[in-house]
Every structure is written in structure tokens, then in C-alpha cells.
Write a protein that binds this ligand. Sequence first.
Ligand SMILES: Cc1cc2nc3c(=O)[nH]c(=O)nc-3n(C[C@H](O)[C@H](O)[C@H](O)COP(=O)(O)OP(=O)(O)OC[C@H]3O[C@@H](n4cnc5c(N)ncnc54)[C@H](O)[C@@H]3O)c2cc1C
Length: 579
Amino acid sequence: MQSSHYINAIVALVVFRRRCPHRKRKTVFSFVVRGVIRTFALENALKSAKKMIKKSEFLIIGSGVAGMSYALKVANAGKGKVTLICKTTLEEANTAKAQGGIASVTNLLVDNFEKHIEDTMIAGDYISDPAAVEQVVRNAPKGIQDLVKWGVNFDKKEDGEFDLHREGGHSEFRILHHADDTGAEIQRGLMEAVRCNPNIEILENHFAVEIITQHHLGIRVTRRTPDIECYGAYVLNPETGKVDTYLSKVTLMATGGTGAIYATTSNPNIATGDGIAMVYRAKGKVQDMEFVQFHPTVLYNPKETHPAYLITEAMRGYGGILRLPNGEEFMQKYDERLSLAPRDIVARAIDREMKIHGLDHVCLDVTHKDPEETKHHFPNIYAKCLSIGIDITKQYIPVAPSAHYMCGGIKVDLDGQSSIRRLYAVGECSCTGLHGGNRLASNSLIEAVVYADAAAKHSLEVIDGYDYNDKVPEWNDEGTMTNEEKVLIAQDVKEVNQIMSTYVGIVRSDLRLHRAWERLDLLYEETEHLFKRVKPTKDICELRNMINVGYLITRQALERKESRGLHYTIDYAKHALDK
Ligand SMILES: Cc1cc2nc3c(=O)[nH]c(=O)nc-3n(C[C@H](O)[C@H](O)[C@H](O)COP(=O)(O)OP(=O)(O)OC[C@H]3O[C@@H](n4cnc5c(N)ncnc54)[C@H](O)[C@@H]3O)c2cc1C
């Protein structure tokens, strides 16, 4: 009941009191007053029951390798309650998709930390932060021990030693793996461990909308405000459709990557860069967003774009040849190593050929190889392609590059602390400085484990100095209506995908980037306007985040006036270090 209804009821009572005979008037009058009071009390009780304030010492947003590793570390220290939220199911995360493996120096007879450090610096085009590289490489073996302790299995040889693979850019065999589904095994092991831990409360299908800072207390916060603090997050409850208040002493952002803002990606749909967008809106520091890694060969299938099916680079190592659909080879124009050239060169060459010939894809050819051998080495790829009518032993595999990994993100220090106090960021949403201009294969899973440990140690050290901020107001959605215009959101998501893939893809120019900026700006205005009018839903929140992240990639790409690492622009085509 609104306040106007109460005023009407009081007016009616006054009129009634004047007109009615005394005795009857007294009984009816008290009956009505009691009714109004009861309605009022009931309504208030209902209101506070619907609005929920939840408190936990540690709030973790995201349940991939980063979020779950941190959760286990802090939960086992016994310093309070841990709430772990994820926006869909616990299973759905980039982590579960990782195929190759996890890098760590484990065989000191042939390998050493210096070599892994050097390989990482070379891959990062010497933009990587040496301190972050040292931290990850030197602590990697301990990170592997933690994973094994939590129940993750890695393949071993008959002598009991880890079976190590070698990948592009690594000078030694140092990739631990579990067959070709290492990520799924890590996700499985960690899920079992967090589910068994009584200190961890897991909330699936809970969507973090915003982190809470002084801004929500009515204080003006700008990018120059010192000591911005995080008091928790506003979280969308799937059962009530309401935004609840989650107060915490410390919060960890572990929301993963951004691939889903592009038209095709190897990432699942969850990778909309939510954490990066939330922190940016809260005026936190975000860095290196121009460095987006594209995988050169994902299966071209317009029906399966988020995630698109990855055709492993091992297939080129096996002898796969890149061709145009008419059978013509093209890699000789770009690199003497032909189809075996490094990932970025191949991705750029394919992108160029597709643009020159107006193609949606090029092809990978293994038809010259022994069919039985192909089926034996690549049973999953063989089965997958066959399921869409392509027999790879007889036909070309249609492939195109797709967004794969975000090297930048929420800027953090060696303890995983963001520029906002009480807020940590770990995993793909963070920018530790490890990857610099480009990620060395299999360095991201280990980065997440090592930084989860550092962030856990730091937050356990400082948590006693923090308290809940009880002044935080509840989410205000007064006056907003239910969003009936889903078609607008679906269309806008497609537009963001198209803008990013067309103008902010593998090969860039100032002209294309400016065009993207203008288009994204238009979408931003429209979406913010819509967001203020409707009740928040996961869809509209994701759209806002995708626009924010698209803008950040575009702006930071425009700011980098050189071709370096993964950022390649035809306006400054010569590599920065060749000048
Ligand atoms: C196909 C593929 C192959 C790969 N291969 C390798 C490899 O071989 N080696 C390697 O090192 N790396 C690899 N990577 C990269 C690596 O898998 C990821 O970088 C890493 O797993 C990211 O882990 P994360 O915990 O940061 O994020 P994720 O595992 O993506 O988890 C993100 C979590 O955040 C949650 N979330 C997001 N937004 C919200 C929100 N608003 N509210 C609540 N929850 C939210 C999601 O629900 C999810 O639980 C690969 C990636 C892909 C896609």
C-alpha cells in the first residue's frame, strides 16, 4: 500500500466518524484502525523479508580456478565465513575449458626458473612486470602441490614423475596436464573440495551487479579519490528477482575473461568481463586491456560461437596446412615457418586473407595424412567435425580466429590487491603484469593459483582490522519497471559482438577504433537509460558490462601508439622495438 492509500483511509475514517451514530461508530472505528495497523505491520514485515542483507567475512565473486583456490585458502584458515557466488552453475567457467595444461618448473634436472622467466618475458614482448613474472614462476611448484593436495590429478609417467609436455614459446618440457582436459580436471577437483568445506557457502546463479563503495553512501567518488573502499556487493537473487546486499570484510573479484564480447570466442557465454566493468565503474584501476589474445583456429560453425570449438594448435604441428577454401596455400606470404608460425602471426595472416577475399573462414587441411593416424591422435576433433557433417580425413576443416584470452584487467599488486581497498582480484579478470603484451601458453591457470595464495595470505593478515559497514543502503529499485524489452538487449549484444570483431579485432587502425568508440558510445547511452528504468536482470547487467569492457579495450588500444605484443595497428605497423 502506498502512502496515498493510508491518507485516503484516514480521510474516510474521519468522514465516517462525523456521520455515523456514536455506539456503532466506536466499534467500526476501532475495527478499521486495527485493520490498517495490521496491514501496515504486515507490509513492513514482508518488505524486510524480501530485502536481504547477508554478511560474510570473505565474499568471493566467481568460482573458476581463481575463486575456488582463494576460497579454500581462506576457509581453511578459520577466520570467518566464506561466501562463494557464481552467475550460473559451479561447472561453467573458462577454467573447465582449458585443454593444454598448466606451466611449472618441476624437473630441475633439465629446467630452471630463469628459463621459464625468460620465456615469459619474451612472450610478453618485454612489457611484463619482472616482479610478477618472478612471483608466478618461483611459486608455481607450490601452487601445483596445493592443487594436488585439493584432489586434482595430473598425468604421471611409469616412474611416478609428472608427464610433462612442451608448448609453443616454452624452451623446456614443463606443462603438467591431465590428458587433453586439464581444465575440466582442475575444476572437478576444486569443486569437490569447496563442496566438502563447511566454511564455504556456495551460491549458484547469483549475479553480482555492482561492488559497494563510499559512492553508495552518498559520497562523491572519482578516479582521483584516495582510499576508495569496498564493503561488499549488490547481488541479484534468482529466486526473488531482487538485488540483495552482501556485506563483507574483504571481497575477491574472480570473474574471469571477456571473450564473449566478441562475435566468436573459445570462451563460454559467462565471459562478459563483469568484474572488470564493475571495478571500472567503481573507479578502480584497469590496465592492458588492448592485449586480447585470439586463437587462430576455432571451428567455423555459425551455430556455435560462444564457445566455439577449439581446433588445437597441435593439429598444425601434426602437419595440418592452412588453405583458402579453394585449396590455395597462403602462409608463404607471411612467415617462412608457414602453418607452423606462432599463434599471433597465423591469426593475423588468416584475418588478412579473410578480409582480402571477403571470407567467413579459411581451412585447415589434414586430408593428406593417414586417416587412421588422424583419428587416433585427434579422436575428439574427428568426432566433433563429423557431428556437423565434416569428415576431416576427407574434407577441409573450416576455421577462423576467435577471441581467446584477456591479458589485461583489474590492476593488482603482488598481493592481488586492487587499487580499491578491501578488494582483491585474481585470475583472468586481473592484470598482475605477468602476461605483459601477450600470454605464454599455459601460464594463466598457474597465475591464478599463485595469486590466489598471495591474496589469501594478505587478506588473512589484514582482515581483523576491518568491520562490516552497516551504513550501506539497500539497492534502490523504486519506480523501475519490469523489463519487457528483451529484444532490445538481445539485439544490442549482437551489435557489441559485431563492433568488437569488426573494428577492435586482430588488426586495428585508428579509424576503425574511433568508429567502434562512437558506436559503443551510442549503445552506452541507450543502455544506461534503459538500465535506470527497468528492474536489473542478468541480461541487461551483462550488456552494460560488455559495453564497458568494449569501451576499455577500444580506448586503451587507441592510447597505445605502437604495434606491440598482441596489439597490432596498421597506423604504427612497424614493431615498437624495431624502430
Ligand atoms: C578453450 C580454452 C582453453 C584454454 N587453455 C588453457 C591452458 O591450456 N592453460 C592455461 O593456463 N590456460 C588456458 N586457458 C585460459 C584459462 O582457462 C583461464 O584463463 C582461467 O581458467 C580463468 O580462470 P578464472 O578463475 O579467472 O575464471 P573462470 O574460470 O572463467 O571463472 C569465472 C567465474 O566467475 C563467475 N562470474 C562471472 N561474472 C560474474 C558475476 N557478475 N556474478 C557472479 N559470478 C560471476 C562465473 O560464473 C565463473 O564462476 C584456456 C581458456 C579457454 C577458453
